[in-house]
Design a protein around this ligand. Structure first.
Ligand code: M6R
Length: 366
């Protein structure tokens, strides 16, 4: 059932190109220049009139929600708030009838997310679910939704659920952007064609595996690890850190790269590996100067860069290359080496990769 892989997690990491295709198949029609999603189409007025989107989720699904904040802002110009379900439900959240609430959950059974959905519904919001497990409680409790079609995710550490959640949210953001007139026809075509290349680019990204193993070997005994990213890749830094904590039990923290100088920089010494997402988009120059700051304090840099990068290569201790794509789609690629890194470190430390201690696949307790 592991199809020749040592662990479900590794199998699921390698399934991502196919899982993403399964997620957009039949929904994204690049030749027709169309995105078709019944759960969105049937409620299109609610989405188009939304003054705000509130995303509620936990853990990795919450990170996918953070990625979507950038997507909805960039593509559809809709303000977004991303909330931990567990915080949302215990506040007195202000929800209006013209808010669209998107609940994201792989399992569709997470108790905190479920409770938050109930509150949002009571307050009159339209609630849209992004779930992986078909027929799950959350998929039934929401007004409408879209399944991720990632197939069963057995490893407790979420991998393909994350990238397929991002895929769904990208489709929704592009669709709304197009319908709201924020994206022109030709741009829209270009975005769809680019999204269509992502599975193949993930295949290429998976080829970093050999290099990732070397990095894992070099840092497997680290006690701490920092992950930095900016913009669209800030949530990827959080997700990379969560993956490492969860399965290798190494303390890791994700930060927006520019926040470093407001505190975490004090942690940097020759014992501190810092994983930096430094793809050649967005805030590249700024991230390069963050890398210089870390190097001058003797931190070790593991940089995720765009293929062919030369400036970061000169400074970094290790580089992991991903193919070029538009900034909005980079998280789908930059996440991959970070998943592999946590996987290999956990295996080298002889941890129970698929079933880390103290954790369950779906957290049905509050
Ligand atoms: O099933 P859900 O997406 O609602 O689960 C949410 C979190 O419990 C989950 O993402 C958790 O953080 C993962 N184990 C992370 O890898």
């Amino acid at each position: 059932e592991k199809a020749g892989y040592d662990h479900f997690m590794l199998k699921e990491i390698y399934e991502q190109p196919e899982a993403i295709k399964d997620t957009y198949r039949g929904r994204m029609l690049p030749e027709k220049g169309l995105i078709r999603m019944s759960g969105v189409d049937d409620n299109i007025e609610k989405f188009l009139n939304a003054k705000r989107i509130i995303v509620i989720a936990c853990g990795t699904s919450w990170h996918a929600g953070l990625v979507s904040e950038y997507l909805f802002e960039d593509f559809a110009r809709i303000p977004v708030e991303v909330e931990y379900a567990s915080e949302f439900r215990y506040r007195n959240p202000i929800i209006n009838e013209d808010d669209v609430v998107i609940a994201i959950s792989q399992s569709g059974e997470t108790a905190d997310t479920m409770a938050a959905i109930k509150i949002a519904k009571e307050k009159g919001a339209f609630v849209f679910g992004v779930c992986n497990v078909v027929g799950s409680s959350i998929s039934r409790e929401t007004h409408a939704g879209a399944y991720t079609h990632a197939g069963p995710e057995i490893g407790v550490a979420s991998t393909k659920a994350f990238t397929t959640q991002i895929t769904i949210l990208t489709l929704i953001a592009l669709k709304l952007g197009k319908q709201k007139g924020e994206i022109s026809n030709s741009q829209f075509h270009a975005y769809l064609n680019e999204l269509n290349t992502i599975p193949e680019k993930i295949e290429r990204t998976l080829e970093t595996n050999e290099e990732v193993i070397k990095v894992a070997e070099a840092y497997k005994n680290a006690k701490n690890c920092l992950y930095l990213g900016r913009g669209h890749n800030f949530p990827v830094a959080l997700e990379g850190a969560l993956k490492l904590k969860e399965i290798s039990y190494i303390h890791a923290e994700g930060y927006p790269a520019a926040e470093m100088k407001h505190g975490p920089i004090a942690l940097i010494d020759e014992m501190m590996p810092v994983v930096v997402i430094a793809t050649k988009k967005g805030h590249y120059e700024k991230v390069v100067s963050n890398i210089q700051e870390i190097k001058s304090r003797k931190g070790k840099i593991i940089a995720v860069v765009t293929e062919g990068d030369t400036s970061v290569k000169q400074m970094a201790d290790h580089i992991l290359e991903v193919p070029d794509t538009i900034e909005e789609f980079t998280p789908l690629l930059t996440t991959i080496p970070l998943q592999l890194l946590s996987y290999h470190i956990a295996v080298m430390l002889d941890k129970n990769v698929d079933q880390p201690r103290n954790l369950a696949k779906s957290v049905t307790v509050e």
